[in-house]
Design a protein around this ligand. Structure first.
Ligand code: ADP
Ligand code: MG
Length: 238
């Protein structure tokens, strides 16, 4: 098993300023955050064989350093029911202009997370305060309304609960407007694994400049990180 340090060193050696999505999810898994079962495949032809062990339906996503917003580039296809659909989805993606001109590392094929509310959990290394952890409700709540809560790491469980209570959209988590409630305990657990004393941001503070789990899909019983981006700190060449 690769350790977080090995994965980070390998990315740096490769000249990368960020971890690819599959590596980012392995990192989260090391810290106990649930991520979907997944495989990485090279192209449409190898997909059927590689994806054989996964439970359908699955999602296919393009992996490329050149593509930050995969959906915008046509690089995310959810709800694929069998190996043929996976193969077709990759072939279609590979032919899209935005993907054709990118350097593609491969295609991530992963299981669908249980349905739930989409949240964002993130972090960054502040030059003055050190690691900060952030949580917000997904979609327009983060992007338009900037409804997010920040804390300086390390946080305790009570801080994590306060962060959630602070959100203007906090009522939505409890299941307002006909939505199923999102498990507060599952969110708090992820916040501790990211921002707690033994959490990812504290443990890797020399290497992680920014962390972004967007979205974390939270059902009544689970929280699954379905997208993960980690930007590495700049290192003085030694
Ligand atoms: P990007 O943010 O780069 O466009 P994401 O990986 O976040 O790509 O995927 C886009 C959207 O697709 C997510 O916000 C989520 O709604 C959905 N999605 C992605 N992966 C999964 C998954 N494993 N299970 C369920 N839904 C997913
Ligand atoms: Mg995303």
């Amino acid at each position: 098993m690769t350790t977080p340090q090995d994965a980070i060193s390998a990315a740096r050696k490769d000249g990368r300023s960020a971890l690819d999505e599959a590596t980012g999810k392995q990192l989260l898994e090391t810290f106990g955050v649930t991520v979907p079962q997944s495989i990485v495949t090279k192209d449409a032809d190898s997909a059927a064989k590689d994806a054989g062990g996964l439970k359908f339906p699955v999602v296919v996503k393009v992996m490329s350093q050149d593509i930050l917003h995969k959906s915008d580039a046509g690089g995310v296809k959810v709800g694929l029911q069998n190996a043929d659909e996976v193969k077709d989805a990759i072939a279609t993606m590979a032919a899209l202009p935005a993907i054709k001109k990118a350097t593609v590392d491969g295609y991530l094929v992963e299981e669908m997370a249980p349905a739930g509310q989409e949240l964002v959990v993130g972090g960054l290394k502040d030059p003055q305060f050190g690691p900060l952890v952030m949580v917000g409700l997904g979609g327009i709540f983060v992007e338009v309304l900037k409804d997010v809560a920040f804390r300086i790491c390390p946080i305790e469980e009570i801080d994590a609960r306060e962060m959630l209570a602070e959100l203007k959209g906090a009522a939505l988590l409890k299941g307002a407007r006909g939505q199923k409630p999102a498990s507060e305990d599952a969110i708090v657990d992820v916040l501790m694994k990211v921002g707690g004393d033994n959490g990812l941001l504290m443990q890797l503070e020399d290497d992680i400049a920014e962390a972004d789990i967007n979205p974390l899909i939270v059902s009544e019983t689970s929280a699954v990180a379905v997208d993960a981006r980690f930007i590495l700190t700049e290192q003085k060449s030694s």
